[in-house]
Design a protein around this ligand. Sequence first.
Ligand code: MN
Length: 388
Amino acid sequence: MSNRVYIFDTTLRDGEQSPGCSMTVSEKTRMAHKLVELGVDILEAGFPIASDGDFEAVDAISREFHWVTVAALARSCTLDVERAARALEHARRPRIHTFIATSEIHLKHKLKKSQEQVLDEAVAAVELAREHVDDVEFSAEDGARTDPEYLEKISKAVVAAGARTVNIPDTVGYSTPKEYGAIIGRIVQALGDCAIVSVHCHDDLGLAAANSLAAVEAGARQIECTINGIGERAGNCSLEEVVMVMKTRHDMYPYSTGINTEHLYSASELLSSIITFGPQPNKAIVGRNAFAHEAGIHQDGYLKNKSTYEVIDPKSVGVPEGKLVLGKHSGRHALNQRCQDLGFSLTREELDSLYHRFTALADRKKGMMNEEIIALIEQTQAKQVAAD
Ligand code: MN
């Protein structure tokens, strides 16, 4: 089995459909540029039956980006599949992604259908999708809570009908790594090399990345994820987290992706500027504090050797130097180092004076960026000149 893991980005679909995240067609196109530059393998651009905006976004992205697979979502029914196919008409590499719920809870309370009915509709939708495109993905919604025997049966049936990718989502973010790995392992075993098994995890219990990686260890080779982990409720698996785990801990997860990690930070920034919120400051990889070493002891060790407190080089994910925060607990050593990095060489008196102003201000501001530090240095030096 190949160790290449495909990254299926759903920022523009699952992410976009969550509160505060809706995007216009031109915003989606701008974000798509960044995602292509980042190197995602599959770009899910929308759910064409859901709205005209979604249809237009899939159509626009299909026309513009030829080297990435463009996916469109469709429920397992004729109307949805036909609409997705039309939106993808101009895509060089179109994928129809059709889904239906398979868990007992969803069948009983939501669909009010039997397992047989659902299986028939899934197979019919995949067959119809295959009349339009070669690349069809099937998702068993709420797969992690589906009877494993039925899940295996429907997975085999859709592959026989022509699906190339079978996605087993943890739609409600309820599964755990050990449990999810076992569910995925069984489907990988059942399908052999007839299809790629995909995962789609939500973060309701904070386990989306851990569950996705457990699935990869069990043989899944596609991860569905989003920038900044945006998505329904607590969000989807965060793209930057799973990618950086596989890169940083390649010894434990010997898999590769096509992601150019130095674009991760700018992708996160662009998304934040388009939607209504950014990642929380302590978010792994892309949060404002993800590479901030504030406590004096940490800073001292870090300045002697970065590996003492840093497992990821911020440059490897594209964080610009000026985004690294200094705080009131930063020592004189760290401040002096930052001044030198910024191209200032200070006398002892200047450093003393600067340090005094810095700690007073950092106390109130809870952390300072380079621009603020430069302003302080300039004030300090101007004052020093006036005193001389
Ligand atoms: Mn989802």
